[in-house]
Write a protein that binds this ligand. Structure first.
Ligand code: NAP
Length: 479
């Protein structure tokens, strides 16, 4: 913690905000201020843009093997410093240390994966159908990028964007969420140590997101926006990107259905539910938001899930044996409280949890609600907390219709032992990813992303680097 940088990272140097502004970083487990970091304004954004634009040409010409090896070294440093990074993340974000260690491994893996992809960027060639011209296809980096990340996975959301951008030969400005700037600053220090040239990555921490990002998007020099966050902010940034026709990748919100059929293995379904709901205290875009459980098994599923949820230990993420840390802040917790109160008012029964504990910190207990009315607000709002809302269904066609009845389409979970049904239902769900008898889909080697208002483009997998590459087609006459 004491060695973690707290200044902006621009052109390879650590600098204060031009107007000297700083902002506090809070510990959500205590509400106390951990430290202050630089709070960038428009002038700093301009400096970062200049650094990224200046570094672009040379970086694009740098050998893919060199880019690959920088990522590989950074991967190794991250793994070596797992404990230190996990403590930092738990301090600023709240997740239990075991989960923070898991995120460090997940985050590092994006660097390893894209270090391997950096040297596999392929073009193509051939004679065109009319026989008169040859086609030579080459790939080139899209150019300077703006990367905007949320607070819920402070390290992995950064590496998932920085990894492919470095591999493709793009320079970038990273704007992390103001609640969790320290993990991004630590990451910048690691990349510098791994040999990343000055100006390739610039980090601006700020509480003035609009002032920093809008001029960058409208200015015409930033060629790519990669955003992870809520659908509302994504929509606004898409509009701002339209003016200078900036390419965009959007990883937005979710409203995941979790469907348990009558032929499901309930052990698997309850295990899957614990992961899909409780990973990151429910503060994940992939979190199961609506549990649809067949009427013949709903009682047993609800009872078993409530038992498991009730046994989880809530407390500060640094304490041994804690399973559930605090939510990110009072606003986040307030939203969860309101959604639960609304569901209860509309007839939901609380099987476990549901009461905010006294005392400091933003804690909320694991909660299971059953008999949730379909018009409850949490049916079309991301809960972003440890609350499982159970509804009942009787028929496959009906449950697919209800699962798809939402503007979002990030991920869905299906639990059944029937192969035909598993494939049929998965294919009919309007989502970018399906967890079939599993509650965890995220993996750096798989394309992560959603359909409908959950986003545009994919991160990770073989396609992740495509988001940062352009094609150039050369027409050459056949003589
Ligand atoms: P958010 O409010 O949309 O914020 C995300 C990021 O955007 C933050 O850095 C935020 O900074 C910034 N931002 C907000 N307004 C901006 C503006 N006008 N110009 C530029 N930047 C702006 O989302 P969040 O509450 O941090 O994160 C939770 C959301 O992220 C959920 O909806 C979740 O589903 C989604 N998410 C999606 C994925 C995915 O891969 N699909 C992964 C993780 C999270 P400020 O806070 O300073 O405004």
């Amino acid at each position: 913690m004491t060695d973690t940088p707290t200044q902006l990272f621009i052109g390879g140097a650590w600098v204060d905000a031009a107007d000297g502004a700083t902002m506090p970083v809070d510990d959500p487990a205590t509400g106390e201020i951990l430290c202050h970091v630089a709070d960038a304004g428009a002038k700093d954004a301009q400096r970062a843009e200049e650094a990224a634009v200046r570094a672009q040409e040379e970086w694009a010409r740098t050998a893919p093997r060199v880019r690959s090896e920088i990522l590989r070294r950074a991967y190794e440093i991250i793994v070596e410093r797992t404990d230190e990074l996990a403590h930092l993340m738990t301090a600023e974000m709240g997740k239990p240390l075991a989960e923070a260690r898991g995120e460090v491994a997940y985050a590092a893996e994006f660097f390893r994966w894209f270090s391997e992809e950096a040297v596999r960027i392929e073009g193509g060639n051939g004679v065109l159908p009319d026989g008169r011209n040859r086609m030579l296809l080459s790939r080139r980096p899209v150019g300077p990028c703006l990367l905007i990340t949320p607070w819920n996975f402070p390290l992995a959301m950064g590496t998932r964007k920085i990894g492919p951008a470095i591999a493709a030969g793009c320079t970038m400005i990273l704007k992390p969420a103001p609640q969790t700037p320290l993990s991004s600053l630590a990451l910048a220090a690691i990349l510098k140590e791994a040999g990343l040239p000055d100006g390739v990555l610039n980090v601006v921490t700020t509480s003035r997101a609009g002032e920093v990002c809008e001029p960058l998007l409208r200015g015409g020099r930033i060629r790519k926006l990669s955003f992870t966050g809520s659908t509302n902010v994504g929509r606004l940034l898409l509009a701002q990107s339209a003016e200078a026709v900036v390419r965009t990748s959007m990883e937005l919100g979710g409203n995941a259905p979790f469907i348990v059929f009558e032929d499901a293995d309930l052990d698997k379904a309850v295990d899957g539910a614990m992961v899909a709901k409780m990973r990151n205290m429910g503060e994940a875009c992939t979190a199961a938001n609506r549990f649809f459980v067949h009427s013949s098994v709903v009682e047993e599923f609800g009872r078993r899930l409530a038992e498991r949820m009730g046994a989880l230990v809530v407390g500060p993420g640094t304490r041994d044996g804690v399973d559930v840390g605090p939510l990110i802040d009072r606003t986040g917790r307030g939203k969860v409280e309101e959604l639960v109160a609304d569901a209860v008012e509309r007839g939901a029964r609380v099987l476990v949890g549901g009461r905010t504990p006294e005392g400091p910190g933003c804690f909320y207990p694991p909660t299971v609600l059953t008999d949730v009315a379909p018009d409850s607000r949490l049916m079309d709002t991301e809960i972003f907390g440890p609350v499982a809302a159970i509804l009942t269904f009787d028929d496959e066609v009906e449950v697919i219709r209800r699962a798809n009845d939402t503007p979002w389409g990030l991920v869905g979970y299906v639990f059944t032992e029937g192969l035909d049904r598993a494939l049929r239902v998965s294919e009919r769900l309007e989502v970018g990813m399906v967890g079939l008898n599993t509650g965890l889909v995220s993996n750096p080697a798989a394309p992560f992303g959603g359909v409908k208002q959950s986003g545009l483009g994919r991160e990770g997998g073989r396609v992740g680097i495509e988001e940062f590459l352009e094609y150039q087609y050369l027409a050459v006459p056949v003589r």
